[in-house]
Design a protein around this ligand. Structure first.
Ligand code: NI
Length: 256
């Protein structure tokens, strides 16, 4: 079994093919998927998918891109949606300084606020971090009672070690299969499998050999092959460990 711990297949690019994409994922051994929201409306769509399919779970949260657009600064909708048992995390949340550095303080404020919500709801967080790894680390370190995953881990081996010391998992996706992605290959080589999660981030970050095309959960196998190759282990050995990691972090057996 493989678990896609991070996908957005509620996206309109799947409107005509969603059923087929879900069936193909199941046929390719992707038995559990987690749909990730980025604001109220996408969190609702993620939850709708989770309510429709027993093997889909969801995360709800406000992505750093959406911070300025958010009207409800208390994020009451997160508490509302999180009552549903299929919600397994708060995400994706975090910091992104790549596109726009003009509202860093607002990003940090919403990130911390959502970590507080996760703490109250006893849920893990799914963290997006781009060109902001030190600030991300500092915020997480000061809130280290809350656990989670750094999705599409963007840092060095040294940073990877610091995050796993805080009890964090590292999300590994399609970037690992790109030729010039030395940092993440080095991270996978040197970090124990017990700290890694498999993910696609569909529709983004499509792995080789489909790079440039629409990503789909079934393509997660290319990520897992690459991890197995780097680790010099069998595919099933790798996917068993990674699936157990996801089950443990997101309590996929069910929330108390
Ligand atoms: Ni994402």
């Amino acid at each position: 079994m493989i678990i896609d711990t991070h996908m957005h297949i509620y996206d309109s690019s799947y409107d005509d093919i969603r059923e087929e994409v879900i069936q193909n994922a199941l046929d390719n051994d992707v038995k559990i998927m987690i749909a990730i929201g980025c604001d109220y409306s996408t969190s609702l769509k993620a939850l709708e998918l989770a309510n429709k399919y027993p093997f889909i779970y969801c995360a709800i949260g406000l992505h750093p891109y959406e911070v300025l657009k958010e009207k409800d600064k208390d994020l009451k909708w997160i508490y509302e949606l999180a009552k549903n048992k299929k919600v397994v995390a708060i995400g994706e949340i975090g910091l992104d300084y790549y596109w726009d550095k003009s509202y860093i303080n607002e990003q940090k404020e919403m990130f911390v606020k959502q970590i507080d919500i996760a703490r109250k709801l006893n849920l893990p967080i799914i963290v997006h971090s781009r060109d902001a790894i030190s600030d991300t680390y500092n915020i997480i370190e000061s809130n280290s009672d809350v656990k989670g995953v750094i999705h599409c881990f963007p840092g060095s081996l040294e940073m990877a070690n610091r995050f796993i010391k805080l009890g964090y998992y590292l999300g590994i996706g399609g970037v690992l299969t790109f030729k010039n992605s030395k940092d993440i290959k080095n991270v996978v080589k040197n970090i124990d499998l017990k700290y890694l999660l498999s993910e696609t981030d569909s529709p983004y970050l499509t792995p080789h050999p489909y790079r440039g095309k629409l990503n789909k959960p079934e393509y997660i196998k290319y990520v897992c092959y690459e991890i197995a190759t780097i680790k010099e282990k069998g595919l099933d050995y790798v996917t068993d460990i990674l699936s157990n990691n996801a089950i443990e972090l997101f309590k996929l057996g069910g929330r108390e």
